[in-house]
Design a protein around this ligand. Structure first.
Ligand SMILES: *[C@@H]1O[C@H](CO)[C@@H](O)[C@H](O)[C@H]1NC(C)=O
Ligand SMILES: *[C@@H]1O[C@H](CO)[C@@H](O)[C@H](O)[C@H]1NC(C)=O
Ligand SMILES: *[C@@H]1O[C@H](CO)[C@@H](O)[C@H](O)[C@H]1NC(C)=O
Ligand SMILES: *[C@@H]1O[C@H](CO)[C@@H](O)[C@H](O)[C@H]1NC(C)=O
Ligand SMILES: *[C@@H]1O[C@H](CO)[C@@H](O)[C@H](O)[C@H]1NC(C)=O
Ligand SMILES: *[C@@H]1O[C@H](CO)[C@@H](O)[C@H](O)[C@H]1NC(C)=O
Length: 403
């Protein structure tokens, strides 16, 4: 029988689409957003309600560089270039910015980087890649590797826990004569301790390095991303488009209450499907490092009216992730979110092939609404024995739903 396998490359951190947002909403408590290299004197509010502060009072290091490109938003228009000789350059998020930072709370920290068509200097390496490091509160976060002249918006996010009432984000050259680091924007977003990811961080003492939050089964003509305010924690959901026969969509409201991670409605109103199986491939992962994957589903096809009609297995590199075949309708019924998470290991080439296989009898094919993938790393400074107190309730408004 010919295979209908379809591969979707998942490892992408660059954002090349417009992030949809609602105009006129106001910013959520605890959001802190720094526009690096900004030339304006103080703050501004973007159309999504997020307030950006200039980094001019936060650092005396580096120089401000304005890009010559037309960019998607004001934050990307400027960057700070750390072209001095220090071994590293740091920003501190502090509570003077109303960030509600307390030790052991949970935060998403995001860095945005875009060299633009006329970067301020030429990379040292002959392959034309800018390379430098990012460090968050003493933990290695990311080896940045971005091509010269690249006009994509590169975003990196990490879920971390501070040790003090502040969070340091540092930029360092790879070696004393390596490339000078640069950055366009830094964001801090509080996370509750109840997400499946943050629960696992508590259990393992690890930080979670975001490799992407993906929305599957989106129309080619509607390549939009979803973020705050539709995503209450301001995760960026990157669209993975599909052709019409591979899409299921609905306008029905999806009940997401039983899913800990509070995915936005929108990403569950579309799904990718293929018969009798499909695969999602990821490459370029860190070999030997534990990865955390979470899949989201909702039975949105009105023709599926009972358990047993859509049943499938999920495996990673041929190892089953589902101990019994998955039947979303049986678990939660129609138009209701369902998720499961697993630890997964890349193969020796740094790849994971996730396959979704129909168990022989059902009439409907496997499907997938959304997925999140993280690399994880033991924190140098956090141990599982130091469990969060309820300190983070300090910010009572940080985790309320956005109205
Ligand atoms: C920087 O400090 C000056 C003087 O205190 C103040 O007027 C200005 O608003 C500050 N800018 C930012 C971005 O905080
Ligand atoms: C950084 O770049 C600026 C602008 O090109 C230059 O004036 C300054 O001397 C550079 N700093 C260092 C330490 O090279
Ligand atoms: C985002 O939320 C707003 C307000 O709830 C809604 O009008 C809009 O359609 C949503 N956008 C997406 C992409 O879901
Ligand atoms: C998805 O979008 C990309 C970029 O716009 C396009 O190249 C590709 O053909 C699209 N795929 C489908 C299945 O429509
Ligand atoms: C979370 O952490 C524990 C370690 O305590 C681990 O055994 C478990 O598999 C992890 N992953 C998930 C998906 O819960
Ligand atoms: C699905 O997984 C179950 C349990 O691992 C296994 O018994 C069954 O053979 C699998 N079915 C298919 C079609 O892969």
């Amino acid at each position: 029988m010919p295979s209908d396998s379809i591969s979707i490359f998942l490892f992408v951190v660059s954002v090349q689409f417009v992030l949809l947002c609602s105009i006129g909403s106001s910013q959520k408590a605890g959001f802190t957003s720094i526009d690096c290299g900004a030339s304006y004197p103080s703050t501004y509010t973007a159309t999504d309600g997020i307030v950006w502060i200039s980094d001019s009072n936060l650092t005396s290091q580096g120089i401000s560089v304005r890009l010559s490109d037309n960019v998607l938003n004001q934050m990307l228009a400027t960057m700070r270039l750390f072209n001095g000789t220090q071994s590293k350059y740091c920003y501190s998020f502090t509570n003077s910015m109303n960030s509600y930072i307390v030790p052991k709370a949970f935060f998403l920290v995001r860095a945005s980087i875009m060299p633009g068509t006329n970067p301020p200097y030429t990379p040292k390496s002959s392959d034309g890649m800018f390379r430098f490091k990012m460090i968050v509160d003493g933990d290695e976060w990311q080896d940045v590797e971005i091509p010269y002249g690249d006009t994509r918006w590169w975003t990196y996010d990490v879920y971390m826990r501070p040790q003090r009432n502040s969070i340091d984000v540092c930029f360092a050259r790879d070696s004393p004569d390596g490339d000078a680091p640069f950055v366009s924007g830094l964001e801090l977003r509080p996370l509750p301790d109840t997400l499946s990811t943050t629960v696992n961080m508590t259990a393992t003492g690890r930080i979670f390095l975001g490799l992407g939050h993906f929305n599957f089964g989106v129309e080619t003509s509607a390549l939009f991303g979803v973020r705050y305010p539709n995503d209450t924690f301001d995760r960026f959901w990157i669209p993975r488009n599909a052709s019409i026969p591979n899409m299921i969509t609905t306008e029905e409201t999806i009940n997401t209450l039983n899913v800990r991670d509070q995915p936005p409605q929108k990403i569950l109103q579309s799904a990718y499907t293929a018969s009798p199986y499909f695969a999602v491939t990821t490459t370029g992962l860190e070999v030997g490092s534990k990865h955390y994957v979470q899949f989201y589903f909702a039975e949105i096809d009105p023709l599926v009216t009972a358990g047993g009609m859509r049943v499938f297995n999920v495996s990673a590199n041929d190892k089953s992730l589902t101990s019994t075949p998955l039947d979303v309708f049986s678990e939660v019924g129609a138009n209701t979110a369902y998720s499961f998470a697993a630890m997964v290991d890349p193969d020796v080439t740094g790849a994971i092939l996730f396959s979704f296989n129909t168990v022989p009898t059902p009439t409907f094919s496997p499907f997938l609404a959304a997925a999140e993938l993280f690399n994880t790393r033991l924190s140098n400074t956090l141990t599982p024995s130091v469990i969060a107190t309820d300190d983070w309730h300090l910010c009572k408004d940080c985790f309320s739903a956005v109205s």
